[in-house]
Structures are given as C-alpha cells and as structure tokens.
Design a protein around this ligand. Structure first.
Ligand code: HEC
Ligand code: HEC
Ligand code: HEC
Ligand code: HEC
Length: 494
C-alpha cells in the first residue's frame, strides 16, 4: 500500500487496514468466493437477446478502442504500442535491475528512461470496466456515456469526450448490462432508493468519517479532515475512488451494502479494501451515501478564458516543443510513420483524426488537410476565427473543465459541455504560461529550429530531430521539404 495512503489511514485510526500497510495485500487474492452462487435469481436476459447484446456492444467497444485504457471482461487488450494505460504502467513500473529497463536504457541512454519515468504522470490507472454493471446502474452508464463528467476528483485525467453515437452508447450499455445480468435500462425502471431514516443518515455520516472511507473518497464537499493534497499523495486507490455523492444515481442498491462490507466479493481485485464493517454499520453508511447533504458549491458560471498573453521574452521552437507541444500534445499527434500516428493525426479512439502532427517543426507548419486537397495552417486564424486553432483548442479545454475537471472539495453541479472539443483531449488543460508560450512563439512569427535538435539516429519518438529547414520562419501552412535532408532521413526510420 502507498505510503501516503498508509499515513492517511493511520491518521484516521483505521486499525483494520494497518495490517495492509505492513503486508502488501495481493490484488485479486480474495477472488475465490462466488457470492450467493446457491441462491442465484433467474437470469434477466433471455440467452439469444443476451448474445445479441454482447456481440453488438463488443463491436462498438472494439471499434472505439476502449481497451486502450480500460480492462473490459475478456476483450483483447490493446497492443502495447496503442495501449495508453498499460504502456504507461509498464514504463513507470520498471526498475533499474529489470531486463527491460536495461534494454531501453542501452538503446536510448539511461537519461531517456529516467525522463520517461519522471514525465509520465497520467493514465497510470483507469477504472476496470469488467462486470461494471454488477455494481454500477446501467442507467448511470447510459447517462455517463451520453455526456461523461468528472467522477473521480483526485484523478486528473478524465473519460475523454468520445465519438460514440447515441446508438453506440446504447449498444455499449446493453453490453455491460447483459454481461453482468443487470436490468436493461430501456425496459426496467430504476429501483427508487429506500426512504431516508434521519437517525441512520446521521450515524452513517459519523461512520463514514471515522472508519477510513475518507482516506480515498470524497462526498461532495463534506469536510473529512483530509485535504485534496493528501488524497493526491495517497496514490492510485484514492485516485480511482469515485466521489460518493453520486452513489444514488450510480450504485446498484442490491450491492451497496455487500460492497461496503466486502468489496472484494463483488469485484475481485478492486483497490477498495474491506474495512471490517458489520452489515448494520454498512447499512447506516449506505443511508448516508443515499441521503446525505453533499454541501455543493453553487453552479459555476461559464468559463470564458482570457485571451493568451504575449510574453516579453524570445520564445523559440525548442521551448514550445519541450514545454508544451512535445510534452503533451504530441502523444496523440505523432508522425505519420510511427506505430501509432496518434488519434489526433491519423485517427483512433473512434475519431477520424485531423491529420495534425506536432512531432517536428516541419510537420506542424504543414498544417491540416482542408477541402479541395489543400492544407491549412493551425498557426494562423482561419477566416471568421479569432485565434489560430492550436491556441483556441487549448482554451476550449478550459471551457470544458467545469464539467470535466472538478477537484476534490470544490464540487459543484456539472454544466453541459460547450460545443467545441478542447485539447488536450481528456487531460488537464494547459496552464497560462504554457498557452502564453505558444501564443508568444506565434506572435514572433513561428521561428523554426536553427540547427539540428534532438538526438541524431534516435527515433524513440520524442527525440526525432528537427532540422534547419529552408524557410524556418512564418506561421502559414507549407509542405515539408520534398527531398528529405540527410539529417531527417538518417534519423527517422519507420
Ligand atoms: C484515453 C483513456 C480512455 C479511453 C480510451 C476510454 N476511457 Fe473510459 N474512462 C477513462 C478515465 C480516465 C475514466 C475515469 C473518469 C472519472 O471517473 O472521472 C473513465 C471512465 C469511464 C467510465 C465510468 C465508469 C464508472 O466508474 O462509473 C465508463 C463507463 C467508461 N469510461 C467507458 C468507456 C468506453 C465505453 C470507452 C470506449 C469508447 C472508454 N471508456 C475509453 C479513460 C478512458
Ligand atoms: C508505447 C508506450 C506508450 C503508449 C502506447 C502511450 N504512451 Fe504516453 N507516454 C509514453 C512515454 C515514454 C511518455 C514520456 C515521454 C517523454 O517524456 O519523452 C509518455 C507521456 C505521455 C504524456 C505526457 C505526460 C503525462 O503523463 O501527462 C501524455 C499526456 C501521454 N503520454 C498520453 C498518452 C495517450 C493519450 C496514449 C494513448 C492514446 C498514450 N500516451 C500511449 C509512452 C506511451
Ligand atoms: C483505499 C481506498 C479506499 C477506501 C479506504 C475506501 N474505498 Fe470505496 N472505493 C475505492 C475504489 C478504488 C473504488 C472504485 C472501485 C473500482 O472501480 O474497482 C471504490 C468504490 C466505492 C463505492 C462504489 C462502488 C462502485 O464502484 O460502484 C462505494 C459505495 C464505496 N467505495 C464506499 C466506501 C465506503 C463506505 C468506505 C469506508 C467504509 C470506502 N469506500 C473506503 C477505494 C476506497
Ligand atoms: C488524448 C489524445 C489527444 C491529445 C493529448 C491532444 N489531442 Fe488534439 N486531437 C485529438 C483528436 C482525436 C483530434 C481529432 C478530432 C477529430 O477527428 O475530429 C484532435 C484534433 C486537434 C486539433 C484540430 C485540428 C483541426 O482540424 O483544426 C487541434 C488544433 C489540436 N488537436 C490541438 C491539440 C493541442 C494543442 C494539444 C495539446 C495541448 C492536443 N491537441 C492534444 C486528440 C488529442
């Protein structure tokens, strides 16, 4: 168990978990018991209907590449070059003694390996969607997928704004429902929560605060004695713990109490530990979760981000690449020839892609394909638009944040998404300085690299070199050099 989490549990005096801090609990170790196998109720889904729902939903999950981040039942994991979460987990988990650490360090230099491990902050864990409808209401999955929102306050990245059509969403929800033999939300009305019992709500609140739940969970803005910062330091179990003020819409009533008593029996391997609660105490907590007051802040006014500032300093391509575009954006806007050219370039995650590569200066100034076979710049405003797309896309992400990035203890009602799609997709927005760097670079005429930058001969992606191309000033779209100079040809092996 993570040290931050152990410290929190210690401060909350949760004896039941202290053992876990000494002996690392093995995820999945409790996967033996099959709950209530003897008294199984008759299946809700007719076999033929179930099979049809499973295969239709599977096709959509595969087409939209949901397994690039999520584990989903027996669906095939995405291949390593495509699997956002598993590749990040793999790389950050390697230790200097490991064979694979050594082979990467030998190939690119240990400095590169260390940089990878330092830089990878996001997508190091995403919710496991296997049998999700066993505990999450299909009706919640339907509304969440119709318009996702920030459900886990400590997790900075979010379920990205996907390209699922309403029919796709329906197919996915029916897949999850059929898989877990949960009610089909289209034919079965949701069971209403049991009426509130004020004494139990109060007792449940006290138990919620005293039995360790707050080491990982928030409940709206209820003061728990734990800070947002401490939750961040508590690691993955806290990052993946949902804000429990959504319990009423989200969690199936029939599993709420069994879940609180022994989550491993409902979802073997879940990061939530059993906290030694009796069914009575769990019942009181469930009353609080269903009927408590989440103490929300008032709804936020729509965010209108300020126009990016032009800084009084020289900003070269190297800075923009190192600190902004190459740090975050490039991971979905790769070069054409790479194993994954990126969802934002050649398409992926259900998106067709916009043909935008930010790997090198040359690729960025080549812009994006437009009507009539032409290419247009993303570094100059298009007719009728105030800002170049590369800037407006970053500001659009800010506009999504009131729905999509609601930090712990700053909970409020979620507004709808604005129409525009913000960048970086599903990740925290770029800060003022980062946006200003790009704005300043553009205001200075998009100066290009003056010398070959990056490590020659190395094409680990990030280090693909930039060279001094013939015309290395100006923000208008222009094609890459027709004849590739030797520095580019030598380095950029497919
Ligand atoms: C790039 C990574 C990524 C991909 C790809 C992805 N998701 Fe997610 N998804 C997330 C993250 C991160 C969360 C957690 C968001 C939160 O709770 O705030 C999430 C949450 C969810 C949830 C909420 C589960 C709950 O706990 O209630 C569902 C359902 C979901 N995703 C379905 C999908 C489907 C369907 C697809 C394919 C169209 C998909 N995801 C693809 C990252 C991803
Ligand atoms: C083959 C392994 C691999 C795959 C697959 C992969 N990444 Fe990464 N990712 C990396 C490495 C390595 C870095 C660090 C690069 C550096 O520092 O030069 C990184 C860094 C990042 C960063 C910046 C650091 C951070 O955590 O915020 C983002 C954002 C990112 N990746 C997003 C994605 C997304 C989205 C996907 C899936 C569409 C993805 N990655 C797939 C290896 C991978
Ligand atoms: C060590 C961190 C941790 C602690 C402590 C913890 N939880 Fe959780 N809890 C989680 C995680 C992680 C999930 C998400 C489950 C998953 O996706 O596997 C979760 C999920 C839940 C859910 C929703 C189940 C679902 O996914 O629909 C409820 C309800 C819940 N927890 C209640 C509690 C209560 C009540 C307590 C205190 C008695 C508690 N939790 C303590 C980590 C924790
Ligand atoms: C997680 C993946 C991801 C990340 C990270 C990402 N993008 Fe994108 N981007 C996409 C996808 C997908 C599209 C294409 C959407 C479509 O097909 O309509 C896109 C499209 C764009 C476009 C639209 C181009 C046009 O056609 O006008 C711009 C501009 C853009 N991205 C800028 C950025 C910037 C700037 C960043 C970093 C701050 C970034 N992107 C990071 C996935 C990503």
């Amino acid at each position: 168990m993570n040290r931050g989490l152990c410290a929190l549990l210690g401060s909350l005096a949760v004896a039941a978990l202290a053992a876990g801090c000494r002996d690392r609990p093995r995820p999945g170790a409790a996967a033996t018991a099959s709950p209530s196998a003897s008294a199984a109720p008759p299946p809700r889904w007719a076999p033929s209907e179930r099979d049809a729902a499973l295969s239709a939903g599977r096709a959509v999950l595969e087409r939209h590449e949901c397994t690039r981040c999520h584990k989903i039942d027996d669906l095939k994991e995405a291949a390593r070059p495509l699997a956002c979460t598993s590749c990040h987990v793999f790389l950050t988990g390697l230790r200097p003694g490991d064979r694979q650490y050594k082979s990467i360090a030998d190939k690119y230099g240990e400095g590169v390996m260390k940089r990878y491990q330092r830089n990878i902050q996001h997508l190091v864990g995403s919710p496991d969607l296997s049998m999700i409808a066993r505990r999450v209401r299909p009706s919640f999955l339907a509304s969440f997928l119709a318009e996702p929102f920030d459900l886990r306050p400590t997790l900075e990245e979010s379920m990205f704004r996907h390209a699922l059509s309403p029919a796709d969403v329906r197919a996915v929800v029916r897949y999850f429902a059929a898989k877990a033999d949960a009610p089909d939300p289209e034919t079965t009305p949701d069971e209403p929560p049991p009426p509130a019992d004020p004494a139990k709500v109060a007792a449940g609140k006290a138990l919620f605060l005293s039995r360790g739940c707050a080491a990982c969970h928030t409940y709206g803005n209820l003061a728990t004695g734990v800070t947002a910062d401490a939750l961040k330091k508590a690691g993955l179990a806290a990052a993946l713990a949902p804000n429990l003020r959504f319990t009423r819409e989200r969690t199936r009533l029939d599993v709420l109490v069994p879940w609180i008593v022994d989550p491993q029996r409902v979802a073997p391997g879940t990061l939530m530990p059993a906290l030694g609660l009796s069914p009575d105490d769990a019942g009181a907590i469930s009353q609080f979760l269903l009927h408590g007051d989440p103490e929300l802040l008032p709804a936020a006014e729509p965010v209108e981000p300020a126009a990016p500032k032009v800084l009084a300093e020289h900003v070269g391509w190297e800075t923009v690449k190192e600190q902004v575009l190459g740090k975050v954006c490039v991971h979905c806007h790769m070069n054409d020839y790479e194993k994954d050219p990126g969802p934002g370039n050649k398409g992926g995650l259900g998106y067709p892609g916009s043909g935008l590569s930010m790997r090198t200066y040359e690729a960025l100034v080549a812009g994006v394909p437009a009507e009539g076979g032409k290419r247009v710049s993303v570094l100059q405003p298009r007719p009728g638009e105030a800002l170049p797309r590369v800037l407006s896309a970053m500001l659009d992400r800010r506009r999504e944040e009131p729905r999509d990035h609601v930090p712990a203890f700053a909970d409020r009602p979620r507004p709808h998404y604005p129409k525009t799609l913000g960048m970086p997709l599903g990740l925290p927005s770029m800060n003022d300085r980062e946006v200003s760097l790009v704005a300043t670079w553009i205001a200075q005429g998009c100066p290009g690299p003056k010398a070959v930058t990056g490590m020659p001969g190395v094409d680990d992606g990030y280090l693909v070199p930039d060279g001094p191309i013939k015309k290395n000033q100006g923000c208008e779209a222009r094609a890459p050099e027709a004849k590739r100079p030797s520095w580019a040809v030598d380095a950029a092996k497919p």
